[in-house]
Structure formats: C-alpha cells, structure tokens
Design a binder for this molecule. Sequence first.
Ligand SMILES: [Mg+2]
Length: 124
Amino acid sequence: MKVLVADDDDTFRSLVVAILTEAGYEVAAEINGLLAWERLQAEGADLAVLDVNMPEMDGFELLKHIRTDDRFKDMPVLMLTIRAFAEDQVQGYETGADDYLTKPFHNDVLLSRVKVLERRILKK
Ligand SMILES: [Mg+2]
C-alpha cells in the first residue's frame, strides 16, 4: 500500500511520513503539490495525504488534477489543514476529498483515518 504525502511544512511532513512508515506503509513524500503531482504521474500511489496550503500548487488544485485523471480519480484522499474553517472543509469535500483532518492531529487519529480509507480500497 503506497501513500503519497504532500506537505510544505517540514515538521508535519516528517511526522506523517514517520507515522505511516512505522505502520508499514510505503510512503512517497513531496514538499508541494506540483512535485507531488509529477511524482504521482511517474510512480502512482494507492492513497494520498495532502496538505491544503502549499506553494506552487495547493492541495485543492492537486486534488482537482487527481479527480480528473482516470488513473487516480478513485484514489482515497485525506486532506490536512491548519485552518479549521468550515468553508475549507466544504471546499475540500466538494473538490473530492474523502476525509479531512485539522492540524495538529493525534498520531493515532491520522493512522486510523488512513486505515479507514485503506479498507475502502481493499473492499473493491
Ligand atoms: Mg502547508
């Protein structure tokens, strides 16, 4: 199970990578949406954890690319943001996010949410 992680914040990116790696996931991490999109097209992934606020290409724009590409349109996507505003979450879901998590999060909560999305893939 390969997870694409995109977050420009070094602390959170490292944390997400550490949590998922320790749980046994293969992780590909990038520092912005553009690099993550290029990496996804080159290597593919089963699931994505995307920060909303990133330079070059933000999480919403990356999600739009993912949802309009036949190869990735059904890939589960968990969005991360430091903003707890309702409109952010609404925009996330309307753009096609499967779940939403506000930073800072508890390590176990992130892992649980990822596992829920993983079960959705395994059921197919
Ligand atoms: Mg950010």
